[in-house]
Write a new protein. Sequence first.
Length: 135
Amino acid sequence: MMRKLSVLMSRSMRKKLMREVIRMKKIEAIIRPENLEPVRVSLAEKGIVSMTVLEVQGRGRQKGVCLQWRAGEYCVEFLPKLRLDIIVSDDKVETAIEAITAVARTGKNGDGKIFVYPVEEVVRVSTGERGTGAI
């Protein structure tokens, strides 16, 4: 019965099953703005060159910064950060995380965070290419 199903399976269904086997992840890294270039170089050395960079503001344990001015104290609740969105195949996730943390870590609050999410599909708009080839 199972053999008959595989024979009857359409080409598109077989391609869909093959795409499901190749898993991809989205790495979302929040870093200090001054660490962008070292992180970019570190990732490029590992063969990871595609990314999207967004300017964001945020706070965590750091809870902003208070500065003393002549007129009094000035507090900034949300600090400027950069968010890097990087899509990689499963086998490159740890490599990317290590590349980011190796150069972005100072050991102080405010170094950032890294989140990893599953990605179902990637489609290159210009060619229609799908899966890891579209990364």
